[in-house]
Design a protein around this ligand. Structure first.
Ligand code: KIV
Length: 272
């Protein structure tokens, strides 16, 4: 094994808004360890998410609910060591933001480990927490649409916002979170038209996963993108390793280039 040093870039919170304004798509992936963080960042992803999907793809649970702040902190530490200049986002896991105190303490813990932004799942009810975090210098990514921490309440991993009234509410709630100071919105598993409407309604950048091709950026779980996660993949997943001859690095490159050119997601990855 040889230790290499890849290109160091300076990506910060302002980069994504500038990219949105310039109509330039950005590519994000999850990573949970030194080697994958090194690989995805040196290939050029703009954002690495240390997400609570680690509960499924690293720990083998059937949901993200068992993941703790300590788990995310541990993986953030590993990722920080390998990161070559990507912006680092950390998930606040299930029940780690139910009070002002635990929201601030848990976010501070993740920021100390290297996170540059925290992500919270939910709608307008998170406006106060968002304001509080921003007041304390912690950038926020709001996560709306399918929010996997609420899988038991939602009755499964289902497309959200198909009903016109619910779609309208989602647009309004996204604006509330933007007004509260969220810097990015992550939108999961919504119809393409709603993904487009929300992206166009907000000044802040929107990252999509199963939200169609019109969002400002895309994100995928690395293990999904490499076809490693067992079982039937979600509709929005594409295996970039299959058919590519460049191995893992080649698959990461293919993903980034498909996101940037707008070739991914294709119609077969989207919900109508
Ligand atoms: O935890 C995670 O991987 C996520 C995905 C939706 C990107 O939040």
């Amino acid at each position: 094994m040889s230790s290499q040093s890849g290109p160091r870039r300076s990506i910060n919170i302002n980069t994504f808004k500038k990219m949105k304004e310039a109509g330039e798509k950005f590519a994000s992936l999850t990573a949970y360890d030194y080697c994958t963080a090194f690989a995805v960042s040196s290939e050029g992803v703009e954002i690495i998410l240390v997400g609570d999907s680690l509960g499924m793809v690293i720990q083998g649970h059937d949901s993200s609910l068992p993941v703790t702040v300590e788990d995310v902190a541990y993986h953030m530490r590993c990722v920080k060591s390998g990161n070559q200049g990507a912006f680092l986002m950390a998930d606040l896991p299930f029940m780690s933001y139910y009070s002002e105190l635990n929201t601030l303490e848990n976010s501070a813990c993740l920021m100390r480990e290297g996170a540059q932004m925290v992500k919270l799942e939910g709608g307008a009810w998170l406006a106060d927490s968002t304001r509080l975090l921003v007041q304390h210098g912690i950038p926020v990514c709001a996560h709306m649409g399918l929010t996997p921490q609420s899988v038991n309440h939602l009755g499964g991993y289902r497309v959200q916002g198909r009903d016109p009234q619910k779609a309208k509410t989602m647009i309004e709630e996204a604006r509330v979170l933007e007004d509260a100071g969220a810097s990015i919105l992550l939108l999961e598993c919504v119809p393409t038209a709603l993904g487009q409407k929300i992206t166009e309604s907000l000044e802040i950048p929107v990252i999509g996963i199963g939200a169609g091709p019109h969002t400002d950026g895309q994100i995928m779980v690395l293990q999904d993108m490499l076809g490693l996660y067992p079982g039937k993949p979600a509709k929005f997943v594409h295996n970039f390793l299959a058919g590519d001859t460049g191995g893992v690095q080649g698959a990461i490159r293919a993903y980034i280039s498909a996101v940037k050119s707008g070739a991914f997601p294709a119609p077969e990855h989207c919900y109508s």
